[in-house]
Design a protein around this ligand. Sequence first.
Ligand SMILES: [Zn+2]
Length: 127
Amino acid sequence: MKGNKCLTPEQLKELKAILEERRKELIEDIKRGILEEASSEREVGDLVDMSTEEILRTFEMRIRDREAKYLKKIEKALRKIEEGTYGICEECGKCISYERLRLRPVAELCINCKLKQEKLERKFEAE
Ligand SMILES: [Zn+2]
């Protein structure tokens, strides 16, 4: 893991643990959803033997969009932690506050850029 200009190693460790926990929960949810929808005994049997990656690959089409998107965001955040770019706003390059990251560890924008973006979205919706 590379050094990070925005967060201390302790903060980084904590946020990484939160992200990994969320990923675990999400994958469990996805598995449960697929199992509930599994149409045959054989399918359920296959699923039990599969690794998470295999499940995600095999059932990609059936994983709900929202879950898939969130999972991708989590993976991206974890990758950024490894690369040392986690916590840096993708828009302005400033540090995202630790408090914000604790509430929303997949945040890609600092609060200022996020508010700007939301304002813009609202503006377009109104028109
Ligand atoms: Zn920003």
